[in-house]
Design a protein around this ligand. Structure first.
Ligand code: SAH
Ligand code: MG
Length: 220
């Protein structure tokens, strides 16, 4: 744990927000979601700037981070093209058929995302960025207090997200990566690979909860 980081237990997520986060659809177990909330609260004490997540789906992680953003007076940019990752498409493991727009035959999680953010009373704090991560990342210039990477988990998308977005993490700020599985039997490699890259690039691990890794960019 880095010397400057605050003990995570210093921040208790309000029960109402916690219930809303747990009720939202998505892929974020409660203990990892709480760790995200706590990391975002902590990030606000460590660095200036907004938070950004790559991969919002129906807004579950957005509620955890967004609640922290509201409490800290920050914004959360919640980036997603809302067409689903490879593993969300028909025939794949994490497909949810009711999230397909029947008229165009493509996934569309944007309506659910908006509803989740509305229900959690976070419309003033969570700013949806609807588009392709590399396209937005290529022109992005806002420094971030915290970055959460949970977008495409394939080799190319994960590494590209790492390369495009991590340069914006402020000194002292936090980088969170989801679905990091050191054991190949537990899940795909790319999130684990970008976690290793982050360590090689000088990020320091703050803590791990389930498949979530919280790292910090040391102040030099
Ligand atoms: N954080 C979410 C789960 C994210 S699932 C939760 O807590 O439930 C991964 C998401 O990444 C999907 O919604 C998918 O649409 C999005 N995604 C994948 N590749 C993307 C890309 N290139 N640009 C934008 N979003 C992308
Ligand atoms: Mg995930």
């Amino acid at each position: 744990m880095s010397a400057e980081a605050v003990e995570p237990s210093a921040f208790e997520m309000p029960a109402v927000a916690r219930d809303q986060a747990e009720a939202a659809r998505g892929f974020m177990p409660p203990d990892e979601g709480l760790a995200l909330y706590q990391a975002a609260r902590e990030a606000a004490t460590l660095a200036p700037g907004p938070f950004l997540e790559v991969g919002s789906y129906c807004g579950k992680s957005s509620v955890y981070i967004g609640t922290a953003a509201r409490e800290a007076g920050r914004l959360l940019f919640a980036l997603d093209h809302h067409r689903g990752s490879e593993e969300n498409q028909a025939g794949w493991e994490y497909h949810e058929p009711d999230l397909v727009d029947p008229e165009i035959g493509r996934m569309d999680t944007l309506p659910k995302f908006r509803r989740t953010v509305f229900d959690a009373d976070l419309e003033g704090v969570v700013v949806g960025l609807v588009g392709d991560s590399p396209a937005i990342g290529a022109v992005w210039s806002i420094d971030l207090a915290m970055l959460f990477i949970d977008g495409g988990h394939g080799e190319e998308p994960a590494h590209r997200d790492y390369e495009l977005w991590t340069p914006h993490v402020q000194p002292g700020g936090l980088l969170c990566i989801h679905d990091v599985f050191p054991n190949p039997e537990d899940g795909g490699r790319p999130p684990y690979e970008i976690y290793l890259r982050a360590l090689e690039d000088g990020f320091e691990e703050v803590r791990d909860v389930g498949s979530l890794r919280v790292l910090t960019r040391p102040r030099s």
